[in-house]
Design a protein around this ligand. Sequence first.
Ligand SMILES: NC(=O)c1ccc[n+]([C@@H]2O[C@H](COP(=O)([O-])OP(=O)(O)OC[C@H]3O[C@@H](n4cnc5c(N)ncnc54)[C@H](OP(=O)(O)O)[C@@H]3O)[C@@H](O)[C@H]2O)c1
Length: 333
Amino acid sequence: MKQQIGWGILGCGHIAAKFASDLSHVADAELAAVGARSQVNADSFAKEFSAGRSHGSYEALVGDESVDVIYVATPHGLHHQHVMLCLENRKAVLCEKAFAINSREAQEMISMAKLKNIFLMEALWTKFLPNFAVVRNMVATGVLGDIRSVLVNFGFIPRQPVTTRIYEPALGGGTMLDIGIYNVFMVLSFLGRPDSIVASMEPAETGVDKQCAVTLKYKSGAFAQIFSSFTTHLPTEACINGNRGRIRLTHRFYSPAADIEYFPDGIDSRQIIPFPQETGFGYQHEARHVCECLRQGLTESPVMTHADTMELMETLDAIRKAAGIHYPVDGPV
Ligand SMILES: NC(=O)c1ccc[n+]([C@@H]2O[C@H](COP(=O)([O-])OP(=O)(O)OC[C@H]3O[C@@H](n4cnc5c(N)ncnc54)[C@H](OP(=O)(O)O)[C@@H]3O)[C@@H](O)[C@H]2O)c1
């Protein structure tokens, strides 16, 4: 393996810019090339982030020999197509969330990676953040006791002009795959796969959800409640409640800057738990992990496994079914 791992970015949009900026905090990574649908966009992005090369098509990017791994940063409705393009051209892939539109697409992508023996990981960046690691360890040591409920909200009013993907069914629009996925991830992390789901949504004009409320229930008696919204700004917090204590990840719970508030008795005595902070948006942690995996010759991350991605996608499928959120690619209702 080369001293510097050559990254390619496929799709030069909003999140690609943040990721490109954070790559500068990864010691053994370089932005080798970027690919956009137009040469003009690729050139201006490459200039801004000092990429080695810029390509005016995704096909040209995947054929670039200086690229070892590609970060797929297009809307989720295109992830299947673009991940397949990378894998067919023997490029390792870090694919943005939501990994795919549904679990069928996700399974096809994972099967292709296995068949070709190539690294593929979902960019569930929050799983790699230092504050999340601290919370996960606290829960594992049992300081909260038995986790009896997980309550998570994520809501904001998208900035004008609203980007097409937000409400476009063909691109996987709606809150659930875009932001609700973070809520579901928190629930799965601390309670596992639910035994039953009740969900309801408010449709946008395009039919996708602009608000979605979900209750997830467990045979143990535990509950999770999650709510996602594009119609209101919400306190975007996550509460993990045990029978001995509780934790609140403050607004915005999914970000590297969220505080960890620990209530040892579950009531008033509040402690702020320290964790390591560093500059950047927070995407450097997942990028470093991918570099480590590639250096070890792995084809699957031991942290964000293919099974983790499938559990997340299958839970999202079940929530969408319960709420009546349907995409053209799902097939007949
Ligand atoms: N991890 C996070 O914190 C985070 C945050 C926001 C979004 N995301 C995820 O990242 C992905 C991209 O989100 P984004 O906000 O960056 O989206 P965006 O800015 O609207 O679009 C991303 C890029 O995709 C490319 N693209 C290719 N075909 C397209 C089409 N038919 N319609 C629109 N764009 C198309 C375009 O790049 P070119 O024209 O340059 O090819 C576009 O700039 C989504 O899956 C989203 O869930 C993750």
